[in-house]
Design a protein around this ligand. Structure first.
Ligand code: TYD
Length: 208
């Protein structure tokens, strides 16, 4: 049996970690083997690339170089972890995937279509079965994220960068309504969980 590939997307402070734990419970309670992973990272090589990408001292990083390093981490991740797990019938839950690159590098840095072209190569065309976009407006997200910890290199970007990638997520959600499910992150964590579970119930029913 083929497994499932589920991704979570959204800006800072949207509450992704809590919902990832909820999704994990949804599937383990139903007897599935779950692989929980993240980007950038998810493999030993990817975790090294992650350090480079998020390092606050790498202020001079060129936007194209940045996009290619995210894509390099993703290519390794798909080959080493994601594709084999799906083929073994597991449920892969990934914190961020290609949509993050389209939002942050495509819209945020203004690299446009180049990002989807490079990523189609990096992933071999692999797309999630379902993506939850936890929608939080950039100002609220920033306030919430402040309470969590030190900002990384991307989080330190000016607010207009945050608004640009937010617009990217909005545009992608409109473009792919079948795959990308918008979850209003101004709801309570329990309300968000209920909304996500309703989508997962439908996905599982469809898959049988
Ligand atoms: P992370 O700590 O995983 O952020 P979060 O907790 O918000 O998910 O850091 C990942 C950062 O990298 C985040 O600011 C988003 C950014 N990013 C991109 O710019 N492009 C990408 O393709 C990915 C996967 C992440």
């Amino acid at each position: 049996m083929k497994g499932l590939f589920i991704t979570l997307e959204g800006g800072d402070g949207a509450g992704k970690s809590t919902q990832i734990r909820n999704i994990e419970s949804f599937f383990t309670e139903r007897g599935f083997v779950v692989v929980h992973t993240r980007e950038p990272g998810g493999t030993p090589i990817g975790e090294k690339l992650r350090e480079i990408l998020l390092d606050k001292n790498n202020k001079e990083m060129d936007p194209v170089a940045e996009m290619l390093i995210y894509a390099a981490s993703r290519a390794q991740h798909v080959a080493e972890v994601i594709r084999p797990a799906i083929e073994e019938g597991k449920v892969v839950i990934c914190d961020r995937f290609t949509d993050s690159s389209i939002a942050y590098q495509g819209y945020g840095r203004g690299l446009g279509d180049m990002v989807s072209e490079v990523n189609a190569r990096a992933t071999g065309g692999l797309e999630p079965d379902i993506t939850f976009w936890l929608d939080i407006d950039p100002e609220t997200g920033k306030e919430r994220a402040k309470q969590v910890g030190e900002p990384d290199r991307l989080e330190l970007e000016k607010m207009d960068f945050h608004y640009r990638f937010y617009e990217g997520y909005k545009a992608m959600a409109m473009e792919h309504p079948g795959r990308i499910k918008r979850i209003d992150a101004s709801m309570t964590p329990d309300e968000m969980k209920d909304a996500i579970y309703a989508h997962l119930e439908r996905l599982c029913a469809k898959d049988q």
